[in-house]
Design a protein around this ligand. Structure first.
Ligand code: PBG
Length: 343
């Protein structure tokens, strides 16, 4: 074969020859400012409690939450997303709208620690606060079965949004997948003088098995599933409908969730969205990597870095990940030069 053929001039490997050249050729980067740390805070704890299915993640006490927010700010993260775990639950999720409820006091704690260095985000959903574990309030349906009542739930979301805004939340994260949730919350915030509070809409949130460990993280009481309000994993086109509705209703950020199993959806949304796009690398995605790494079956750090850069490559501006603070620390280290071995 001729050494001068055009084919032989086109050598993709030149751009992979060493770390410096690979850095030059990298199409996607991950920066601490792209990352958001989800955190759990449980009422009544004096020390953090481990979550067995999410090794390395804890249910925080108020004090340990403040320390985690401080670390997140030091690491340069974009934000923290707070989830509250109350001790007492009821049918309407009263704890979510109580100014002394765990999530609302934790928001104030986080805002005080953050001092404007990162965005304090609050999960806006009833599932942690209801005794039945659903994201909304229930009513009796036509066949005598219990169903999640969309419009009655909206009233509760409005009250919850106002409680979170009064606690100082910079952003409310609507994760309940009720129709019209973004618009009613946007209007209520504006009317109450909270026009600066951002709304992140979990626009394309799928009914996913990958939320499994999260149920332990929030001591969930849910029996059954959320298939009447969260999206069917079979659907791609429908995500565009959800995103369009949320943007039209005033969403400042839209989210796709879970992340890794939905990169096609994420790429679609990123290509068409007029607002920033977030993706949530959920509890099951975390647990799978941690479990395989603990068994020595995969390289933990490489798997984490690869998964997050893949979510960014698919188009996410922001990635919610339980590894956010740890990953941000690695991103600050200079690239390691591997010693020995062929390359
Ligand atoms: C609902 C909510 C869930 C998660 C975030 N918000 C659970 C669900 O919808 O069933 C899951 C997050 C994760 O798995 O990491 N408030």
């Amino acid at each position: 074969m001729s050494t001068q053929s055009p084919d032989r001039r086109n050598r993709p490997r030149r751009l992979r020859a060493n770390p410096a050249v690979r850095a030059l050729a990298a199409e996607t980067r991950v920066h601490p400012g792209d990352l958001v740390l989800p955190v759990f805070v449980k009422e009544g704890l004096t020390t953090p409690a481990p979550i067995a299915s999410m090794p390395g993640v804890v249910q925080h006490s108020r004090a340990s939450l403040r320390a985690a927010v401080e670390q997140a700010a030091d690491a340069g993260l974009a934000g923290v997303m707070l989830f509250g775990v109350p001790l007492v639950r009821d049918a309407t999720g009263s704890g979510a709208t109580d100014p002394a409820g765990i999530l609302n006091v934790a928001i104030a704690d986080a805002v005080a620690v953050a001092r404007g260095r990162l965005v304090v985000m609050a999960d806006l959903c009833l599932d942690e606060f209801t005794d039945h574990g659903h994201c909304g309030v229930l009513r009796v349906g036509p066949d005598g079965e219990l169903v999640v009542d969309n419009d009655a739930t909206l009233d509760r979301y409005v009250e919850m949004a106002l409680a979170q805004a009064r606690a100082g939340a910079h952003l409310v994260g609507l994760s309940g997948m009720m129709d019209f949730q973004t618009g009613v919350v946007r209007d209520a915030l504006d009317e109450a003088g909270f026009g600066d509070v951002l709304v992140l809409a979990y626009a394309a949130k799928y009914a996913s098995a990958f939320y499994g460990p999260f149920r332990e993280a929030v001591d969930s009481t849910l029996v059954g599933d959320r298939k009447t309000y969260q999206m069917d994993p079979a659907n791609r086109r429908e995500a565009a409908r959800e995103v369009a509705a949320d943007v039209e209703q005033g969403a400042d950020v839209v989210m796709v969730k879970p992340a890794l199993a939905y990169l096609d959806v994420l790429a679609d949304v990123a290509a068409s969205s007029s607002v920033p796009v977030a993706a949530y690398q959920v509890s099951g995605e975390y647990a799978m990597v941690e479990a395989a790494a603990a068994n020595g079956w995969i390289d933990r750090r490489r798997a984490i870095e690869e998964s997050v850069v893949s979510i960014r490559r698919a188009g996410a501006d922001l990635v919610l990940t339980y590894w956010a603070t740890e990953l941000a620390g690695w991103l600050r280290e200079p690239a390691a030069i591997p010693a020995g071995g062929a390359r």
